[in-house]
Design a protein around this ligand. Sequence first.
Ligand SMILES: Cc1ncc(C[n+]2csc(CCOP(=O)(O)OP(=O)(O)O)c2C)c(N)n1
Ligand code: SF4
Ligand SMILES: [Mg+2]
Length: 317
Amino acid sequence: MAITSVKNLKEFSTTNERFEGAHLLCPGCAHSMIVRELMNCTDDNLVISTNTGCLEVSTAVYPYTSWDTSWIHIGFENAATAAAGAEAMYKARKRKGTLKNPDAPVKFVAFGGDGSTYDIGFQWLSGAVERGHNFTYICLDNENYANTGGQRSSSTPIGASTTTAPAGRVSYGEKRNKKDMLAIMAANGASYVAQVAPNKWKNMAQAFQKALATDGPCYINALSACTTEWKFDPKDTINISDLATDSLVFPLYEIIDGTELNITYRPKNVLPVKDYLAAQGRFKHLFKPENAYLIEEWQKRVDAKWEYLQRREEARV
Ligand SMILES: Cc1ncc(C[n+]2csc(CCOP(=O)(O)OP(=O)(O)O)c2C)c(N)n1
Ligand code: SF4
Ligand SMILES: [Mg+2]
């Protein structure tokens, strides 16, 4: 099913269902929106690897599974390695002529949370991209280790309160800024990288389709709002995601072959960063008068990054 032939979101979201609704993710969890969209945006056979994290523990509770496709569960650090290994085996068997259906299109996809992607599985992801495997890695970026109780990761932004970087009398929460995984993966040799968010579903599907059509390693960083650890009402997942993309806290753009940068979504009305922060409990303490400077600094960082992205887009370097 090509997205160009799809009339509307309802049709898109109900056609080609290969990720079943009966899972145990929290109501309002964005992980399932991203995974379903990936699986709905192609008719090709999929081999998917998923490491440990909220997605895996909630979709494969023995003897049940939500995955109506080939699916590998692997250790926390190895989602990229498993997909890359399967892809290498597929290529070898194709060459030897031992595949039953050598002409059937197959795509290899790995899903990892930010804890596994930015931190614990980082070197395995880097290796698989450097070796040039033909696969797509999708990071479900909820900016914390949600499955084990909301610890900070290197994707957690400055000022967020987490269980290992709690805000209180002596601290305003996380002290380090979010790692720039898109820049790192582009520099690592990924053929295509993109940042996507489920509120911009068409944009997200197009990025997925580009990645799947690319012959080489691709990395997609998907904003995945986490109702439990970000502390917002489950009904507001898409509203929070809108605030993230429209305040440019989470800008949507792609980098092709490490050089060509394209901004893929430009909000008509750019919202202030404070609107995004005010909607989530994890940033509540930033609205105390003594922390006002942190919001001002955040706004400056977002403005500077947006300017940088626009300059990169024009310069094509
Ligand atoms: C090598 C290793 N370290 C730690 C763990 C424990 N562990 C399992 S899931 C998880 C958190 C997952 O966080 P993330 O990757 O961000 O996914 P999320 O649950 O947030 O979607 C951790 C620390 C593990 N299973 N294996
Ligand atoms: S804790 Fe967060 S990431 Fe995990 S299932 Fe719930 S909403 Fe999703
Ligand atoms: Mg996470």
